[in-house]
Design a protein around this ligand. Sequence first.
Ligand SMILES: Cc1cc2nc3c(=O)[nH]c(=O)nc-3n(C[C@H](O)[C@H](O)[C@H](O)COP(=O)(O)O)c2cc1C
Length: 265
Amino acid sequence: MSLTINIYYTGENGNAKKFAEEMINSGIVDRIRNEEGNIRYNYFYSKEDAETVLLIDSWKDKTALDIHHKSAMMGEIANLREKYHLKMRVEQFTDLSHDYDEIIKRRTATRKFTDKKVEEDKLQKILEAGRLAPTAKNMQPQKIFVATTKESLEKLDTITPCRYNAPIVLIVCSNKNIAWTKDNYSTFEMDACIVATHMMLEATNQDLDNIWIEMFDKNKLKKEFNIPENIEPICLIPLGYKDQTFKGNPLHNNRKELKETVEFI
Ligand SMILES: Cc1cc2nc3c(=O)[nH]c(=O)nc-3n(C[C@H](O)[C@H](O)[C@H](O)COP(=O)(O)O)c2cc1C
């Protein structure tokens, strides 16, 4: 996710403005703009305060910012700041809308959650992401049961060994009577899988850890939650905040090379 840093440089006798001009004229600013992961690096002058300039710099992610902080230019900037006797005040902001590539890389199966409650607005965004998912002929056969109560979660523990203590479980189902059907083939499962994937990725976008669960007793689930015959459970998605003792899924980085799964024809 991208980061934006605001730095207010304040001095006397117009020194802050002179500093910014020297940063630009010496080529340091251009060099920084050419650094990997730099999105912007701009100085702003204030009409109200002649002794302050504002630098706004944005970086693709924390790694890019860390590399910048270790670059030789930081020493040059510090020297110039001293030369002009400037004080500085720093504010750091994180982009609320995460970068899609970053979300795809960050999502991983989480198998140990804390009890921390999931915020209502985050849950709503996840459900909305499912609502906006594509389905065959736009039939929207999905039915999502949101298990949040102690009673429901305990019931789920008798249905699957894979809740992993998550405080919320999305039970993603599909209505076979609604899904598009052609030549005896129904897309009910396919549609629900797309909905589930949308929700998983939005959960990651909301900094909520999650996992896709196939290992559960479908018949028992239907019985325990009185799910009608035509509503087919497809998967469970436990959601929450990962326990810091969770070491990560060992299979996560074990992906085949593209050439093994992709062929240009
Ligand atoms: C269709 C499907 C079914 C899965 N079922 C289970 C399950 O029942 N229990 C479990 O612990 N993990 C389950 N997983 C998680 C996978 O093991 C995990 O996604 C896979 O190892 C890749 O790792 P990653 O998600 O961390 O990239 C399932 C994943 C998918 C996509």
